[in-house]
Design a protein around this ligand. Sequence first.
Ligand code: GLY
Length: 373
Amino acid sequence: MSVLVRTVPVALEGRAYEVLIGSGLIDGAGSRLVPLFKRSLAAVVMDETVAGLHGARLRASLQGAGLTVHEIIIPPGEAAKSFAGLEHVCSALLDLGLERSDLVIAFGGGVVGDLTGFAAAILKRGMDFIQIPTTLLAQVDSSVGGKTAIDVRQGKNLIGAFHQPRLVLADLNILATLPARERVCGYAEVIKYGLLGDAAFFDWLEAHGAEVLAGAPEALMHAVARSVEMKARIVAEDEREAGARALLNLGHTFGHAVEALTGFGDAIKHGEAVGLGCALAFRFSRALGLCPGQDAERAVCALAAAGLPTRLDDLSGGPFGADALISAMRQDKKAEGGALTFILARAIGEAFVAKGVDPGDLHDFLVTEGAAP
Ligand code: GLY
């Protein structure tokens, strides 16, 4: 099969790696990966869904390149990103007799990538790992940049480490089996890149978003590659989120609060919360006189056209209390000294970090958005 591959470098000194984006990369994974292995032993972590849909193809490709494959199959869902899930994966990897110089492959969406990456970060004080993301969201966001974590009772992603992968293989073909809702969730993160820093990309998405969502190969390639390029540039500039990387959290402060109030469950998925959060961030920017109304309108229209929620009352379980939302926002990892930090926008493609947002302004805004006073 002929494979058109785009390569996006992540230029981190001492930990540089590439993200390969293309159709059919799973079938060619063995030959691409084998030079990275010191021993011919590949441990693959995946969930039951990915194992059933794509496990055999990856196994055949790795075995075809002479690797002995061990599969660790976990239940699907966010619950696996727990101390218990971490213990399970770490024990299974240790039982295989892995050495520090062996490689672990995370084959799945954000849950498998975050969990496996964190296991790799701490096993034997740090093993290398490879990300083979199987969802649009993981391809454009979570597999790139080295954030790994598990969830705890106190919140999501609170125990984790920065641990960069050695390579990311984003196979666009694999997205064909993705449920429509998951595709829309990933697309929220794609629009986010246009909104935060590339107005021309946002213009392109306004024209071609439906093709991306329908899985048209060229549109999908452009959307994933441009998103990964933007993420790679920002991560290379600010790996540990001391500055510019925070821009990637556009929509996340509002989004996490809504996820927290709806129990981080299926009622609103992370990508949907990010879509809603981006709409709220643009409308809040307009309400504060920072952003022209027409830019806020365009942002909201593009999100709504993709089928993402853009208003609090688009969600079941409301009305949400303004104070409850603000209190959830204060729990956010980005809060500093109890002050509220938001990513706001001066225009489409011009997001910035706004520290010390006035809680009164926020409260008033949320009430105009339909939150209970
Ligand atoms: N998902 C946001 C980041 O990687 O920084």
